[in-house]
Design a protein around this ligand. Structure first.
Ligand code: NAD
Length: 272
């Protein structure tokens, strides 16, 4: 498994397992399947309602806790310094963990104006040793700039919607300039039209790979962290079997022409 180094020196697997829309009871067998397939990073969130199921799978697994990188996220209703501390405790109780690997602010909710206070609580929790790395999700450059200016603490990661139809070039350049890792959510475009796109399927046929594997390879080769989701065992295995082939420069360039700039998910500037 490839790893990337975050801005405080800790390492994170470049490919992990996402569990959005996986019910709590199904999260346990799905995460168990992923750990057995070789995944060593799990991406959940308080809002997914499955932190208990994820925690149970980690507790029951033969894989050492120290070998699994766990991410969870603070939900929108819990912005603010004190409410963040409370929400963190609740997530940790559900996950059954003492130390979290990565905690993210799920959305900036700019109209509420509380993400800087929230971030200050994240900084404190990290200082106390309860979180190894802190980051954000769905933050735009203006939001990132404000966090950095107000606290001097640069997020380790920004997890954003990113796939060949929404490549986020400007945001990725901002991340590169500030040492923030780009993590792609919905890396497969939620398994929709993208996986049938002729540019993708033609490259897949050439390599004898699936469309999903080609898209994941594109992410890895441009430096993104990815967290594809599936509850189907064969797809869980397929999505991690991407470290034994490589796309050419021409193939990467062909995939880069697919950018449409259109989101599947909400606009972070207006979601509240
Ligand atoms: P995704 O792009 O990972 O697509 C998942 C869907 O694609 C599956 O439900 C399935 O229908 C299909 N699929 C998966 N593997 C396939 C394969 N090999 N072949 C064909 N189809 C396949 O979408 P996602 O679940 O939205 O995103 C991944 C993860 O990102 C989530 O589970 C979650 O952890 C995270 N996420 C975060 C945010 C955020 O706001 N931070 C938002 C959405 C998702």
């Amino acid at each position: 498994m490839n790893t990337v180094q975050l801005n405080n020196g800790i390492t994170m697997p470049q490919l992990g397992f996402g569990v959005w829309q996986v019910p709590d009871a199904e999260a346990t067998p799905a995460v168990a399947e992923a750990l057995a397939a070789g995944y060593r990073s799990i991406d959940t969130a308080a809002a997914y309602g499955n932190e208990s199921g994820v925690g149970a799978a980690i507790a029951q697994s033969d894989v050492d806790r120290s070998d699994v990188f766990v991410t969870t996220k603070l939900w929108n209703d819990d912005h603010g310094y004190d409410s963040t501390l409370r929400a963190f405790d609740e997530s940790m109780r559900k996950l059954g963990l003492d130390v979290l690997d990565l905690y993210l602010i799920h959305w900036p909710r700019p109209a509420r104006g509380l993400y800087v206070d929230t971030w200050k609580a994240f900084v404190e929790l990290q200082k106390e040793g309860r979180i190894r790395a802190i980051g954000v999700s769905n933050f735009q450059p203006a939001h990132l700039r404000e966090l950095i200016d107000e606290t001097g603490v640069v997020p380790a990661v920004n997890q954003v919607e990113l796939h060949p139809y929404l490549q986020q070039a400007e945001l990725r350049a901002f991340h590169a300039e500030h040492g923030i890792r780009t993590e792609a959510w919905s890396p497969l475009g939620q398994g929709g039209e993208l996986l049938g796109d002729p540019v993708v399927t033609e490259i897949a046929a050439r390599h004898g790979r699936s469309a999903a594997q080609v898209v994941l390879r594109w992410h890895l080769q441009i430096g993104n962290i990815v967290i594809p989701k599936s509850v189907t065992p064969s797809r869980i295995r397929e999505n991690i079997a991407v470290f034994d082939f490589e796309l050419s420069g021409e193939e990467l360039a062909a995939l880069s022409t697919l950018d449409r700039g259109g989101r599947i998910g909400p606009n972070p500037d207006t979601l509240n």
